[in-house]
Design a protein around this ligand. Structure first.
Ligand code: FAD
Length: 430
């Protein structure tokens, strides 16, 4: 019998909980990765940099597994169909994996669990992508937290008490011995290489140490750019959180936000397409298509907004401070539905992560849990004055600033601010 270890958003060999326990508890471990057509078929951009990233990463560790006398099984299809084929091809005794808390992932895993269960094969799952999973940090009445600060306090107390450690090296001799299994190219899946570079999966101690001072200034290389690596598990959250707790509380706090939003989504799966605060679903969004297009293209005439959108379009990244500004601008200045902005970010961000993206958008739109109140409307000019005073970031992305080819403001700030506050207020009174 062989045991499958199914990789999903944990694309590394070291400090990988499910893989470690599979290798410790079973013999003949065959690692598996499925390019999931339920997800890939929805991607419009056939040069999606994230698909290339996953592809490259798994082929790197396929080579490493081959040096150990094993390989990686790579399949392309819908997970239920792939498992049906695998069950016919291999004598499978068990499947090990790490848990994923997104609504689609939970549904998928339940379906695979049923399929395997019919043959008496267990699906064993482990905590790996978080320090504390949804349900581990609850308030005194055993309910989920709606506010971040008490959640983070409880999280930190538990983190200190738990004395979390990285796992030791796995027992590689329990890998299944096989000659190399077939590779799968991007072209096989009808994708092509992307020109967008991926930031490295590492960051300096010196950056984390000064993070609280530098993180708000988009012109500085002051944040870690590890988002995509946390998203796909190419770095271990345990390793990073242990480092952060030694080096900088503010950085650790951001990792707690990540788990806060995962918890919010897990307990409130409806937030995927509805406001966390139901009354906010009554806001009559203007949804002007040409204004939305101007926002997407970075042509609103508000330099900080346009710089952010151009950074996103060209690199797949946008600085957090600027994400907050552009999201506020879309939802409040233009009164465009936060779901439109959320979907655009989902297409473009290398570090797109459903829970954090939804949380970030609902925060900016004021519709979320512990959100920016609706009557606080970021003033793009004063944000620029505070965080990009010498216009270094703006000029990097808008070389034509100050020339006649740069557009005039799409809307007057004062007018838009009042319109937003009035519109929200009226909708909430209903
Ligand atoms: P750093 O500042 O170096 O932080 C380290 C890590 O902490 C990040 O990689 C991320 O995993 C986590 N983190 C930091 N800030 C937050 C936060 N506010 N919420 C949750 N986790 C956080 N983050 C995503 O990972 N994916 C998204 O799709 C996403 N969409 C966002 C949309 C909006 C509208 C807003 C306002 C924020 C969004 N964020 C998202 C949060 C944040 O902007 C990014 O995590 C951060 O900018 C990524 O850059 P970095 O890796 O250099 O982060």
């Amino acid at each position: 019998k062989i045991t499958l270890f199914w990789f999903r958003r944990d694309l590394r060999l070291e400090d990988n909980t499910g893989l470690f326990y599979a290798l410790q508890q079973e013999k003949n471990i065959l690692p598996l990765f499925i390019f999931d057509r339920n997800i890939l078929d929805l991607l419009e951009d056939r040069q999606d940099a994230r698909v290339q990233f996953i592809h490259d990463q798994i082929h790197t560790f396929k080579n490493q597994l081959e040096q150990k006398g094993s390989s990686l099984m790579i399949r392309y299809g819908k997970p239920e169909e792939v498992y049906t084929q695998l069950l016919a091809e291999y004598p499978i005794g068990a499947v090990y994996t790490n848990r994923d808390y997104e609504p689609y992932a939970k549904e998928r895993d339940q379906a695979i669990d049923r399929l395997l269960g019919e043959k008496g094969i267990p699906l064993l799952s482990f905590k790996d992508q978080v320090i504390f999973e949804p349900g581990e940090i609850l308030n005194g009445s055993g309910e989920f937290y709606k506010v971040f600060t008490p959640f983070s306090k409880n999280w930190l107390d538990k983190f200190k008490a738990a004395n979390i450690q990285e796992l030791p090296a796995p027992n590689w001799k329990n890998l299944y011995h096989t000659s190399p299994l077939p590779n799968l190219s991007l072209e096989d899946m009808n994708f092509q290489p992307s020109g967008i570079p991926i930031p490295p999966a590492e960051t300096q101690d010196s950056l984390i140490k000064t993070y609280d001072e530098t993180r708000n200034f988009p012109a500085k290389p002051g944040t870690s750019r590890l988002g995509i690596h946390l998203r796909f598990g190419t770095i271990s959250i345990r390793k990073l959180a242990i480092r952060a707790s030694r080096l900088n509380d503010t950085y650790l706090n951001e990792l707690i936000w990540r788990e806060f939003y995962m918890m919010i989504l897990a307990f409130n799966p409806q937030v995927v397409d509805r406001a966390f605060k139901p009354a906010y679903d009554q806001i009559p969004w203007r949804n002007n298509e040409s204004e939305f297009k101007a926002w997407c293209e970075g042509k609103t005439g508000y330099p900080i907004v346009d710089a952010g959108m151009r950074e996103l379009n060209q690199t797949g990244y946008m600085h957090n401070r600027v994400r907050m500004i552009v999201a506020s601008f879309l939802t409040k200045h233009l009164l465009i539905d936060w779901r439109w902005g959320e979907a655009y970010f989902a297409k473009k961000l290398l570090d797109f992560e459903l829970a954090s993206n939804n949380g970030g958008w609902q925060w900016a739109a004021g519709t979320g849990t512990d959100a920016q109140p609706y009557f606080r409307v970021f003033n793009p000019d004063s944000q620029t004055e505070k965080f990009d005073k010498d216009l270094k970031y703006i000029k990097k992305w808008i070389p034509e600033l100050g020339t006649s080819s740069y557009p005039k403001p799409i809307v007057d700030h004062k007018f838009a601010r009042n319109r937003a506050i009035e519109t929200y207020k009226k909708a909430l009174e209903q």
